[in-house]
Design a protein around this ligand. Structure first.
Ligand code: XUL
Length: 526
């Protein structure tokens, strides 16, 4: 019998599934269900409910539950051997929260297969909608909690991050202030991850140390609820929160609902879920401290494993628990490919290949020309207003501007990740622009580190499937090793490794100081 493991990813726009066969080290099934298309009656746009206030971004927990039914029905129809799945794990978009009343426990224990999950959940929500990570309506609550906890540095060192609008604690505080009666009626609170795990386990699931760190409520070092943070957020909060646990830990057998209805293996284990970013750390194979990934997406993210728990005293980066047991960091730069595309548009550059060719016409370091490219307000460093700032750079020179934007983005990553005290030993680059060797060479040179391209489709769902395997093997007393477990699933693209050019790397070591000064200058002008 094949050893199959199921990983699910309940993200902003879709629910994805990946099934792996551990013995043959193959992904045997992949599927995504787009919420807008598959469940149009919720009327979401890109997974978000319409709202008159542009700062408010909510979604529907019932939609996520209905998607789970749809996914199991699709897997059954597609002939996935659900009877051979040994364990399930998953991950969710981070920070989003679900609010239950006192009826939830009975509903979860008695999930009736004759009804849908949505029907089973009728009457258990104390709040109809769930604020998600895109919500930025809690600036006041962030300031209130930060102040009570003693400022940015202390909040970050205590909870892993400064208070952020999307983080769950500030969201809970806003709910308590604006809808106090419904807050009182809330007997139990879940994250997207623990909500979905609760459905699968048929009981309230723990929140894991990865997703729990995205709440501003967990003591990041001791991995327990932080009583001061809880008090600063809302009254009687401890009673409403589930326990914290390591992701992948077994909660119990999967609910009979999935066995009767979809033919799931009755002995399959339901395990603790995590956030999508911690799951991607596994899905991209970033197992050892010092392994870092850069995702060149709409926003650029820099994330990787850390051995020690160090926090960013400027409050720009986040520290989460890693599914591997240590810590991970996530730093999000808003002006990612959006900004690169703006430069392409500005100079009428057709595609990334042309962009790469222009890069090659210029020298590393760009003769000191620097562009600080905040086409949009930036998260790191915190800049509230857009602004394009050029230093010793000819605004009309297309090639110099192509080099300048990419160098600036990487110098900024290098500068703003110094607090991690991790000298990356290898960087994996993923996302659209990673396909281009000229761009990857700049990454290797600025970071002075070997760089490889990695293209894992559905890295968060794959990480979750691997987490399910890890949880199952651990429960069987097998003491699995993460590096062995991911082998064959998370290998970089063959022959994509690029080594830094020693001379260029020296130039960037010096240029970093100039870039930092330019960034400070640019901030002063705002
Ligand atoms: C991380 C964050 C996003 C969501 C996306 O802090 O807000 O990456 O997890 O799903």
């Amino acid at each position: 019998m094949a050893k199959l493991f199921l990983g699910l990813d309940s993200s902003t726009q879709s629910l994805s599934a990946v099934v792996i066969d551990l013995d043959s080290r193959k992904v045997v099934y992949e599927k995504s269900l787009n919420f807008d298309a598959a469940l149009p009656h919720y009327k979401t746009h890109n997974g978000v409910l319409p709202n008159r206030d542009p700062l408010v971004k909510h979604s529907s927990p019932l939609m996520w539950a209905e998607a789970l039914d749809l996914m199991f029905a699709a897997m059954k129809k597609d002939g996935v051997a659900l009877g051979q799945v040994l364990a399930i794990s998953g991950c969710g978009q981070q920070h989003g929260s679900v609010y239950f009343n006192e009826r939830v426990e009975a509903a979860l224990t008695n999930l009736t297969p004759e009804k849908s999950l949505v029907e089973n959940l009728r009457g258990v929500l104390a709040r109809k909608t769930s604020p998600i990570w895109m919500d930025s309506s809690t600036a006041v609550e962030c300031a209130e909690i930060r102040k009570k906890l003693g400022g940015i540095k202390y909040t970050a060192s205590r909870t892993g991050s400064d208070t952020f609008e999307r983080f769950t604690g500030p969201q809970i505080r806003k709910f308590y202030k604006t809808e106090p009666d419904d807050y009182t009626k809330t007997t139990s609170l879940a994250l997207v991850s623990s909500f979905m795990a609760s459905l699968l386990a048929g009981k309230i699931a723990p929140i894991d140390f990865g997703d729990g760190a995205g709440m501003n409520l967990m003591d990041i070092r001791r991995k327990v609820w932080d009583m001061d943070a809880l008090k600063a957020t809302a009254p009687n909060l401890k009673k409403k929160l589930p326990p914290l646990a390591a992701s992948g830990r077994v909660i119990g057998p999967v609910s009979a609902y999935f066995v009767t209805k979809y033919g799931m293996n009755p002995e399959a284990l339901a395990t603790v879920w995590t956030g999508d970013n911690p799951a991607s750390v596994i899905g991209l194979g970033l197992i050892k401290a010092g392994q870092v990934a850069i995702s060149l997406g709409t926003s650029d993210t820099f994330f990787g494993s850390m051995e020690k728990c160090l926090t960013d005293e400027n409050g720009e980066g986040h520290v989460f628990g890693s599914p591997t047991g240590g810590y991970m960091t996530l730093i999000c730069f808003k002006n990612g490919s959006l900004a690169r595309e703006k430069v392409r548009e500005l100079f009428g550059i057709a595609d990334w290949n042309k962009f790469g060719e222009l890069l090659k016409q210029t020298k590393p370091g760009n003769d000191g020309g620097i562009l600080v490219p905040w086409f949009e307000a930036e998260i790191v460093p915190r800049v509230n207003q857009p602004g394009i700032h050029r230093f010793d750079l000819d605004a009309k020179n297309a090639a110099a501007n192509c080099r300048a934007i990419f160098e600036a983005q990487l110098l900024s990553m290098r500068l703003h990740s110094q607090w991690m005290q991790v000298a990356p030993e290898r960087i994996f680059v993923t996302g659209g622009a990673a396909n281009n060797r000229a761009l990857l060479q700049v990454v290797a040179d600025v970071m002075n580190c070997r760089v490889s391209r990695i293209e894992v489709s559905k890295s968060a769902a794959l990480g979750s499937a691997l987490q399910a395997a890890h949880g199952w093997l651990s429960a069987a007393g097998k003491n699995p090793k993460w590096d062995k477990l991911v082998t064959g699933f998370t290998d970089p693209v063959p022959n994509s490794e690029i080594r830094p050019d020693k001379k260029a790397a020296k130039i960037y070591d010096k240029l970093l100081e100039k870039y930092a000064a330019c960034e400070r200058d640019a901030m002063d002008t705002i």
